[in-house]
Design a protein. Structure first.
Length: 249
């Protein structure tokens, strides 16, 4: 079972159908297949970019991998377990191992919470850490991991730049030590240099020995940041390329 040991994610022949709706909002018309048989594998320590034009099925693929959108066919094996037929209840303990980062960190960060509390919140909910004190110490450590100093611990989201907010969102996601991190257009709200720095951070994050990262993006400037790049067109992977970095490993 060597594959189970090295692969965190195995997706085979994944399909997703959406019920179509008429212009009057009436359902019943034939469904539309948004994802048409996607297969991919992610090893530990690997970052895969899922790229393609808007509407080609990237987000639907990501949501189906997370079982947040029900697949119509195919299989998703996460860390050796076939989760395709898992109920919400069965998925619950796995949720902490599968974290998502969205394009707009401001929308996902409660403006009334300090950065320390925002990073500690998922740990508190999941019962990670013995005390608030311990979780704050962990939050400080995570801020350091994402390239921010502990001076930010008692600040609020509105006092941070877009790039810093995205770093906080990453620290928050990492607080639960996820095995799979899915980043949906993580640089969309950032300018070029800040987007680049976030991608460099995500690449580092993805190199952790017990983690893999999926970057969903239509931004060609960040296509090459992963280890591999899967090109999607009309719900299908048309190619998977290995990214080589000369003198910049
Ligand atoms: P991408 O992430 O590449 O922009 P999506 O996965 O969002 O693409 O969408 C793929 C296709 O599925 C598109 O044609 C989109 O219109 C359609 N779609 C996405 N979400 C829904 C939904 N909730 N209901 C019906 N169709 C949807």
């Amino acid at each position: 079972m060597n594959d189970v040991a090295t692969n965190i994610l195995e997706v085979s022949d994944l399909c997703v159908d959406y019920a179509s709706t008429t212009s009057f909002g009436v359902t019943g018309a034939p469904s539309v297949r948004a994802v048409k048989g996607i297969s991919l594998t992610l090893q530990r320590g690997e970052t895969l970019s899922l790229v393609g034009e808007s509407g080609c099925g990237k987000s639907t693929t990501a949501m189906a991998i997370l079982q947040l959108t029900p697949p119509s066919g195919g299989r998703v094996v996460f860390d050796g377990r076939d989760i395709t037929s898992f109920s919400h209840r069965q998925m619950r303990p796995l949720r902490r191992e599968m974290q998502v980062i969205y394009q707009d960190p401001f929308g996902s960060l409660n403006p009334r919470m300090t950065i320390a509390d925002l990073i500690a919140e998922p740990m508190a909910i999941q019962g990670v850490g013995r005390s608030g004190h311990e979780r704050r110490a962990k939050a400080a450590e995570l801020l350091d991991t994402v390239g921010m100093g502990t001076r930010f611990l008692d600040r609020y989201p509105h006092q941070l730049s877009g790039g810093q907010r995205q770093r906080v969102a990453i620290a928050r996601a990492l607080s639960l030590r996820p095995k799979l991190l899915i980043c949906d257009e993580p640089t969309a709200a950032l300018d070029g240099p800040n987007g680049q720095k976030i991608m460099e951070l995500l690449r580092e994050v993805g190199r952790a020995p017990d983690r893999c990262v999926v970057i969903v993006t239509h931004d060609s400037r960040i296509f090459h940041f992963g280890d591999r790049m899967a090109n999607l067109t009309d719900g299908r992977i048309v190619s998977i390329e290995t990214i080589t970095r000369e003198g910049n490993a």
